[in-house]
Design a protein around this ligand. Structure first.
Ligand SMILES: Nc1nc2c(ncn2[C@@H]2O[C@H](COP(=O)(O)OP(=O)(O)OP(=O)(O)O)[C@@H](O)[C@H]2O)c(=O)[nH]1
Ligand SMILES: [Mg+2]
Length: 557
């Protein structure tokens, strides 16, 4: 049982770590305090069982304490309130460290059975003395068994039921209710009183808690109380049962924050929409356009008709203008892509939020918010990261081999045309000198060779340029598509690192948190919740259990 409790405590510790920064910090803090205390109590061993006598003033706690001890250890009187400090009666060797941990300085050692019982006489919780109440609530967090001592007048006291019993319903296994001063009633009145008390306890969600009727004055019923306490001490399970309830309640409170709904996931559509929005904002369409135009421009410079190439040269290279050309030399130069528009930024934001809410699925608060913050945590870095993604993408700007061949052919055809032109010019000069007949004029199929050279060179050059232009048009689009694919994959990597992985990480945290809390609750929660009807569900953060005073101000859910 102790090993099982250890396992559940580790699970709570893991849950606290996972929940840190995600779920209600106040809840985490009180859960941390409860588990720390549980670890401490477990570390002090279960050889001793700490039983506290708690109840309203004048119920007879001190009288009962003395009666159990068989000696007048503490003062019991008509003065209200009487007891101000907790006192311990210890049967057998006093467990020093445990009593130190309980911070009980007043200790009495008793001989006899049951060895290992540490009985505490507590102050009242309902007197004018605020310190009494604080002391009671401090002890309630620490002891292994509560014996609630009531009397025929005060058994239905609302402070007792509202502030203590009902909120502690999860600790039913660690409780006993003693109706003291039984000697003041006759048998039928006592039975009626007891029935009424039991009904009230049922309303508190404490149906299974044993009720004993005793008289500290006459000693009636004390044997039964003694027997029960002795049995509990002998089993050495009271501390573990109490701690188990602590851990179960803590786990249930934390589990409520992990929600019941199923988380979603990040589907292909959200991923694609996100990448598309990011690519758009990163200027991918601009770059793709530049790749296409640069290819056409370079192609026409390499293969176009040589006599008009200079026109192309007048316009700048689109890739160079974006500072995307020759990136290998200076990979860190800033690109000069246009900044994203407000519309593009809004689309990125909306795509991120859609992905986050898709990931959240049916999860309840705080998880949609947690996921949204995770997804948007790196929004500031996005612009830079996207620019680097674009700049770092390898774009194919190599000149195809055929450009060289076509370029040489264009050069040759231009040379032929120029030669033809010069020849014709020379003929004109000779004609002017009236000696053209001195040089024979070769003809081909009836056409003069120089004319043929000029016209043929020019026409073939233009045809070649037109054909090359056609081919370059097709391949520029192909290069554009390849560039888009490469850029999208770079943008997707950035999206994964800055948006999707943080989201997946949170989903993983949530899954592990639930698993840890399922281990931590150890199956107790469901059983108890089911049986505690018709009363309200136990308040986990009830004042006596909260780690700090004032924690009762928080709504339980
Ligand atoms: N008749 C009768 N009187 C009792 C019994 N138990 C206690 N008393 C009396 O009730 C009065 C209060 O008893 P205490 O033991 O001081 O009560 P307490 O619960 O310790 O009170 P605080 O210390 O003020 O919280 C005393 O006068 C007791 O004598 C009982 O069983 N029968
Ligand atoms: Mg007392």
């Amino acid at each position: 049982m102790s090993r099982e409790l250890d396992r559940r405590l580790s699970a709570v510790a893991e849950a606290l770590e996972l929940g840190s920064g995600r779920i209600d910090p106040e809840l985490l803090e009180s859960a941390g305090a409860i588990t720390r205390r549980a670890g401490e109590r477990l570390g002090l061993g279960v050889e001793a069982t700490v039983v506290a006598l708690a109840g309203p003033t004048g119920a007879g706690k001190s009288s009962l304490f003395n009666a159990m001890a068989g000696r007048e250890l503490v003062a019991a009187s008509r003065r209200r309130p009487t007891t101000a400090k907790a006192t311990a009666a210890v049967w057998g060797e006093p467990p020093g460290p445990l009593l130190d941990w309980l911070e009980v300085p007043l200790r009495h050692r008793l001989e006899g059975e049951p060895q290992g019982l540490v009985l505490l006489d507590l102050p009242d919780f309902d007197s004018v003395e605020h310190s009494h109440r604080l002391e009671v609530e401090r002890m309630i967090r620490l002891v292994d068994l509560f014996v609630w001592v009531v009397d025929p007048q005060k058994y239905a006291d609302s402070a007792l039921h509202d502030r203590y019993l009902r909120p502690l319903a999860a600790y039913a296994d660690s409780m006993l209710v003693v109706l003291n001063q039984a000697d003041l009633l006759d048998a039928s009145a006592l039975a009626a009183c007891r029935r009424d008390l039991e009904r009230t306890l049922q309303g508190d969600g404490l149906d299974d808690v044993p009720v004993l009727t005793v008289s500290a004055q006459t000693g009636a019923g004390l044997d039964e109380l003694h027997r029960r306490l002795a049995a509990s001490v002998a089993r050495r399970e009271a501390a573990l049962a109490r701690l188990s309830s602590d851990v179960g309640e803590t786990a249930a409170a934390l589990r409520a924050q992990a929600g019941e709904g199923k988380s979603g996931g990040i589907g292909r559509a959200e991923r694609a929409a996100l990448v598309a929005a990011l690519a758009d904002a990163a200027g991918v369409p601009t770059v793709v356009g530049a790749v296409e135009r640069a290819h056409r421009r370079r192609g026409s410079l390499a293969t176009g008709w040589p006599f008009v190439r200079w026109v192309r040269r007048l316009r700048p290279d689109p890739l160079r203008r974006l500072r995307l050309a020759e990136r290998a030399d200076e990979p860190d130069t800033r690109l000069s892509l246009p900044a994203p528009t407000a519309m593009q930024l809004a689309q990125v934001d909306s795509a991120i939020r859609t992905a986050a809410s898709q990931a959240a699925g049916e999860l309840e608060a705080p998880w949609p918010g947690v996921l949204r913050s995770a997804a948007t945590a790196h929004e500031d870095e996005l612009a830079n990261r996207l620019e680097r993604a674009v700049a770092g993408t390898k774009l194919n700007t190599r000149a195809p081999l055929w450009w060289r061949v076509a370029g040489l052919a264009q050069f040759a055809l231009a040379a032929v045309a120029v030669a033809g032109a010069l020849w014709l010019l020379a003929l004109v000069g000779l004609g002017y000198l009236q000696i053209e007949d001195a040089v024979p004029l070769p003809e081909v199929e009836g056409f003069a060779l120089p004319t043929l050279m000029l016209v043929g060179g020019a026409v073939l050059g233009l045809l070649l340029a037109a054909l090359a232009r056609l081919i370059n048009g097709v391949s520029s689009r192909r290069r554009g598509r390849a560039a888009r694919r490469a850029l999208h994959s770079s943008v997707e990597t950035a999206a994964r690192e800055l948006v999707l992985e943080p989201l997946e990480n949170e989903l993983d945290v949530h899954r592990r948190l639930r698993e840890a809390l399922d281990v931590a609750s150890g199956g107790r929660k469901l059983r108890r919740r089911a049986s505690s009807a018709p009363g309200p569900p136990p308040r986990v953060e009830s004042p006596p259990l909260a780690a700090r005073g004032g924690a009762g101000s928080r709504a339980p859910r």
